[in-house]
Design a protein around this ligand. Sequence first.
Ligand code: ATP
Ligand code: MG
Length: 446
Amino acid sequence: MWVLPESVLKAINIIEKSGHKVYVVGGCVRDHLMGRTINDYDMTTSASTEELKELFKEYTLILAGEKHGTITPVIDGEPFEITTFRTDGEYSDGRHPEEVKFVTSFKEDAARRDFTMNSIGYNPAEGYVDHYGGVEDIKNGVIRCVGDAEKRFDEDALRIMRAVRFSSQLGYTLDEGTKKAAFVKADNLKKISGERVFEELKKTVMGKNCEEVLNEYMGILASVIPELSEMIGYDQQNYHHNLTLSAHTAKVVAGLPEDEVLRLAGLFHDIAKPACATVDENGVKHFKGHPAKGAEMAKAILTDLRCDNKTLEDVYTLIKEHDSDIPAEEKSVRRKLAKLGERLFFMLMDIKIADNLAQAPGFLRVDKFENIKDIAREIIKRGDCLSLKKLNIDGKDILSMGYSPSRKIGDCLERLLEKVIDGDIPNDREILLREAEEYMKTNQEA
Ligand code: ATP
Ligand code: MG
């Protein structure tokens, strides 16, 4: 028995009293059967949208989905999407159904759903209504299309990405036929908008099973992100690495904390390696310049995917910096902290550690990175000056020495900050004033 929340039962009662059928359906049934947290309770019903509007007229109604058969009453403060039984009608472009067609049975409605695990309905009177073997597939950890997989992926290619992302989130495997069809139809994904692909990609890299899934399905992702295809099975021919570039990448992603920025940076951190590779006289490959080029490539990819600017900039910086050497000493750590800020500094350390753990066992340097993090924490705790804000002198001080406003004042402050960060002078007002005087005098305007 599944005890549904009061507000859901309220909606079910209202609809059933009118003589109509209603089921909770989709993600909530799936997640309940899997023992996962349920996000939202969607319902499907034989009642038409007109009837639903009448039945729920005492509630606040959101009508944004009405055209597609969805009415959303707000019950006890929570919105519930209730959709009239429907099919998707004809697809002409592999993206949007031409029109929705309303149908009379739940069985027909369930048939339009992507995977068997997402096609199960439930209501308290009938229990689980499972027309396509979803319960069994959940038991076996299998993702299977409802009906003919190739046809379903022709109708809507996003389902291919959804299959991959569910596999990553749930640790389930794709049924053989579904998997084969996913590869056969992967090129259809080119028709899907960047933002929809990106939503699925983010969930894919965040999934608990992402390492296996990236190893298995990098080829599918490569149909929307062609730059990934070069990495698949790529032999790095370098003693630091015992994994192919794609396997290394998958391991880095999985080794990172569950954070979208970090995981995206992990996915793309070495994307420029094939393009930057040179082979020396001993047959060893080197990848000079791959961080900077990789950052540019990731920027272009993420722009195509309509990624937000903040994520894009963070990923860019992390990739650009991922291979930079940071000696485990105060001066270097302060410099890097000043350059990146605390948040990105520690994210960079996460990347460096995950990257290192995915290299050949003889080259582990995690201790060094932990040591660097300790040094950074100490610097932060002490409150060392890392920015102009904390410098014990500012532009006004220089103006009151009798200099008129100019860029040189800014340059002077930057120079003094550098010296303080490097530990060449203390952040002491008297000393800074003297140094400023010196700088302004000697560095005459050109
Ligand atoms: P989650 O909410 O965890 O992302 P979900 O399965 O609930 O997963 P939704 O996008 O909320 O995903 O969709 C709700 C239901 O609608 C799904 O369970 C499925 O039955 C159906 N569905 C969603 N997208 C598609 C699609 N592209 N093709 C066919 N059916 C779909
Ligand atoms: Mg959902």
